[in-house]
Design a protein around this ligand. Structure first.
Ligand SMILES: C[S@@+](CC[C@H](N)C(=O)[O-])C[C@H]1O[C@@H](n2cnc3c(N)ncnc32)[C@H](O)[C@@H]1O
Ligand SMILES: Nc1nc2[nH]cc(C(=O)O)c2c(=O)[nH]1
Ligand code: SF4
Ligand SMILES: [Mg+2]
Length: 238
């Protein structure tokens, strides 16, 4: 790409809310939902087809609209400015999707760091972070500060190099199937006090009651794992 062609990011929504899930649940955040996912088209008619084609069941129960309808394109600087307009003083952001690693790159991470954000992302683990966040000029990784991975394929098919939190949606994903992946959890100051950040999140939807019961039973049988409740749905915020 030459210097006159700036990368643009297709954004479904920017909003200020509370992080609903995981370690930072309850914390005010600016959310950015990027358009597009490599597991599902985002359209109701292809849930079944995409689950079969992509070998992961999440299209069957994904709770999110990340389609291009109503989206807007931003350069990295314009997105940072729009986030500051929406979020005011909030300097914790969550980049999600869809699958954010289809679009997020070192240019965007750099712009958000320059704007003072602590950057968290929510990713399905199927894509490499290092490939997108390697800054060839600076010869270093310009990576988000906090990586939450909710894996959607089996371990041999995952490309993510490291993460800070691991979140399995129950019942389709089970602790015993991710033993080999848990070791990629990054150790840092926060982890030293709270290890391990391993979550079991009940699948919301028609099977919620059953999924909750299984998450509770699984945590009691595998005490390294904790249950994650989607608190934004209880508090009735987006
Ligand atoms: C919509 S995804 C977007 C980020 C990324 N594509 C991923 O799957 O991690 C955000 C989070 O919501 C979770 N999620 C999606 N649908 C859900 C559902 N019906 N019940 C519980 N968690 C769900 C995902 O597992 C993920 O942790
Ligand atoms: N409040 C709130 N917290 C969230 N944490 C992860 C979310 C996501 O969809 O990635 C999410 C979301 O959609 N809303
Ligand atoms: S859960 Fe994540 S990976 Fe699965 S379809 Fe939804 S956005 Fe895509
Ligand atoms: Mg959500």
């Amino acid at each position: 790409m030459n210097q006159h062609q700036e990368s643009k990011y297709r954004v479904k929504a920017i909003w200020k809310t509370l992080q609903g899930e995981g370690l930072f649940a309850g914390r005010p955040a600016v959310f950015v939902r990027l358009v597009g996912c490599n597991m599902w088209s985002g359209y109701e008619q292809t849930r079944q087809r995409d689950a079969e084609r992509n070998g992961g069941s999440c299209p069957l129960w994904c709770d999110t609209d990340f389609t291009k309808e109503g989206s807007q394109d931003y350069t990295a600087e314009a997105l940072a400015a729009a986030m500051q307009k929406v979020g005011g003083d909030v300097r914790f952001c969550v980049i999600t999707g869809g699958e954010p690693l289809m679009q997020l790159d070192y240019t965007l991470v750099k712009a958000l760091h320059k704007a003072g954000y602590f950057i968290a992302i929510e990713t399905n683990g199927t894509l490499s972070l290092a490939e997108r966040c390697w800054d060839p000029k600076a010869e270093k990784l310009e990576a988000p500060d906090w990586i939450v991975c909710s894996p959607k394929l089996a371990v041999p098919q995952l490309q993510l190099e490291f993460f800070d939190e691991l979140k399995l949606v129950v019942p389709d994903y089970k602790p015993e199937d991710f033993d080999a992946f848990v070791g990629l959890q990054r150790i840092n100051k926060i982890h030293n006090h709270t290890l391990p950040l391993l979550w079991l999140q009940p699948e919301d939807g028609a099977r919620l009651q059953e999924a909750r019961k299984m998450a509770i039973e699984t945590a009691l049988a595998h005490p390294q794992w904790r249950v994650s409740v989607q608190t934004h749905k209880i508090l009735n915020v987006e």
